[in-house]
Design a protein around this ligand. Structure first.
Ligand code: ADP
Length: 162
């Protein structure tokens, strides 16, 4: 049985993430969306909220599971008995970072393989950061995120520092 882990910050989970998750779930028997507990990134949502939003958005996908993790991705993957890291690629600007990350993970754990899925053109401009920026300036974000994420973002008064 094939399985893969799709790791990220998902702060918040966007329609671009959902697209990669759906397409990944159609390729692998099981796909684990792994939400990174990352204190160094100034997250808008707690890791619990990010997990809940990703779960809500993927509830229609029976072979997708959402969990959080802390520390090294490769340690988490060993624990979850997975050898495939799934990542999405938007523009050339993603490539350098993703390339470094994939090589670093290969050094740390040679048995792991990183698979890249190219974004659907309609999501190529979409990032969690962009969504937060547009939201911070009062712009409409409902086209960019799943309904549950939209609801939670609206429940927030305009976040401080944005
Ligand atoms: P990071 O892990 O750098 O914090 P994110 O949580 O924003 O990144 O995203 C997780 C993964 O999803 C990354 O591989 C990123 O390139 C990919 N991704 C993000 N947005 C999109 C999109 N619109 N289309 C395709 N892939 C995307």
């Amino acid at each position: 049985m094939s399985n893969a882990v799709y790791p990220g910050s998902f702060d918040p989970f966007t329609n671009g993430h959902l697209d990669i998750t759906q397409r990944g779930a159609a390729i692998f028997d099981e796909l684990l969306v792994a939400v990174l507990l990352n204190d160094s990134k100034n997250a808008m949502f707690s890791v619990e909220e990010r997990v809940t939003m990703a779960r809500e958005a993927t509830v229609h996908l029976p072979n997708v599971k959402v969990l959080s993790f802390d520390g090294l991705l490769v340690d988490f993957m060993r624990k979850e008995r997975s050898r495939v890291i799934l990542r999405g690629l938007r523009a050339l600007s993603d490539f350098e970072y993703e390339f470094q990350l994939a090589q670093m993970n290969k050094q740390l754990a040679p048995e792991m393989e990183t698979f890249f899925m190219v974004t659907d053109a309609k999501y190529s401009y979409l990032s969690s950061r962009g969504v937060k920026e547009v939201f911070g300036f009062g712009g409409a974000i409902h086209e960019f995120v799943p309904p549950g994420v939209f609801r939670r973002m609206r429940e927030r008064v305009r976040p401080r520092g944005m």
